[in-house]
Design a protein around this ligand. Structure first.
Ligand SMILES: C[S@@+](CC[C@H](N)C(=O)[O-])C[C@H]1O[C@@H](n2cnc3c(N)ncnc32)[C@H](O)[C@@H]1O
Length: 377
């Protein structure tokens, strides 16, 4: 099911990573995420287990939608015995820098047959151009060796300072709420209208890999990661405060760059240019004034392929339904919590249900009702 170049452009809204500007933006974004997470993976302990023994035995890593290629290069550098390959519909500018890293042009929507069964790690981060997310996930799992690790990351919307509530989207009736949230909802609705089912992506991320055929549920995990938007964070440690503020400052600039491109996407999904410009101007003002103390939320999910375990290698979540205890979510005074890890499906799905239930009906409507008025609603 090869797609025409025009169709690919339509499905994936951002500029090609091969352009110097977008490639540079993705490099900077990657470096900031690495700084924020303290590394290349949200689950470094599992990665260490999977990559152990790489001195004797070549390990291999597959990155789906590798963008500028910078994540692949960093992984190739960190694990010199591993072979790293990045797939993307667009070429990038980094073809020859390390001997254990290469890139191929490949559309994930075609399936991943040539890559089946060969990888210790399959990674996918911030991809939007996939038409059938369930099918792509099944394909990605098929690329794993027995015991191999799959790791997916996706950004979505903004949450309040205390990390437990979705910030309501602004409108002219509620101008003090978040124009950034409103902008995000529109961008997602625009993607859905262009054939990328963002609700399906969300559903997959909110379920994690626990019930996935081919994945050993005992090895699954998920992370709720928050990135401050703006320079509002104050912690009891001045150097940590400075670090988080420079990250927050970067994300303002990054979101403004992305918003310029997504404005065009919204126009193509039926918004008038005037409305989109109005929205973008409010977003810019909100971000520059640091009016709302919010964080961008990122969900990360992971799990290891079956095949290494014993006969009881069954998909059973150790936590029973009923009373589910969530790990700590809120920031404590003087501290900014970056990551909360979940090791049970029951806790992860409860967390997601609770968080999504804090979306106001207007905010939910923005993401799901085609033609919902962009400003007045
Ligand atoms: C926002 S960038 C993220 C790049 C990289 N994963 C990162 O985190 O820096 C998304 C990348 O996915 C690629 N992409 C989108 N749809 C794709 C598809 N169907 N197959 C392969 N690559 C795709 C785009 O070309 C783009 O380079």
């Amino acid at each position: 099911m090869a797609e025409s170049e025009d169709r690919k452009k339509e499905l994936y809204p951002l500029p090609l990573a091969s352009s110097t500007e977008e490639g540079g933006r993705l490099d900077e974004q990657h470096n900031m995420l690495k700084e924020h997470l303290g590394g290349l993976f949200p689950c470094p302990d599992v990665v260490a287990q999977v990559m152990a023994g790489g001195e004797e035995q070549t390990k291999s890593v597959l990155d789906l939608g590798s963008g500028s290629g910078v994540w692949c290069l960093d992984v190739a550098h960190q694990f010199p015995q591993a072979q790293v390959i990045g797939l993307d519909t667009a070429p990038n500018l980094q073809q020859t820098k390390l001997p254990n890293c290469k890139f191929e042009i490949w559309d994930i929507n075609q399936g991943l047959t040539p890559f089946y069964g060969q990888y210790d790690i399959v990674h996918m981060r911030f991809i939007q151009g996939i038409v059938d997310h369930h099918a792509a996930t099944i394909e990605a799992v098929r690329c794993l060796k027995p015991g191999g690790l799959i790791v997916f990351l996706r950004a979505g919307g903004n949450v309040t300072e205390d990390r437990t509530t979705m910030v309501p989207a602004a409108s002219s009736r509620m101008p003090d709420q978040s124009w950034y949230q409103r902008f995000w909802c529109f961008a997602e609705l625009g993607s859905t209208q262009r054939g990328i089912p963002t609700e399906e992506y969300d559903h997959d991320y909110q379920q994690g890999f626990w019930d996935h055929d081919g994945i050993d549920a005992r090895t699954c995990g998920a992370a709720f990661i928050t990135v401050p938007i703006g320079t509002w964070v104050a912690t009891s440690n001045p150097s940590e405060t400075a670090r988080l503020r420079s990250i927050g400052d970067f994300w303002i600039k990054n979101l403004l760059r992305v918003s310029k491109v997504l404005a065009h996407v919204m126009v193509t999904s039926g918004r008038s240019e005037k409305d989109v410009e109005f929205l973008r101007a409010h977003l810019e003002k909100e971000l520059q004034e640091a009016r709302i103390r919010s964080s961008m939320l990122i969900r990360a999910i992971w799990g290891r392929a079956r095949g290494l375990g014993d006969a009881s290698d069954q998909n059973q979540d150790p936590a029973q339904s009923g009373d589910v205890t969530l790990p700590a979510l809120s920031n404590e005074p003087g501290k900014y919590r970056i990551t909360t890890i979940f090791d049970s499906k029951a806790a992860w799905t409860k967390f997601n249900t609770d968080l999504v239930s804090t979306m106001t009906p207007d905010t939910k409507g923005l993401r799901t009702i085609p033609g919902f008025d962009p400003i007045e609603g």
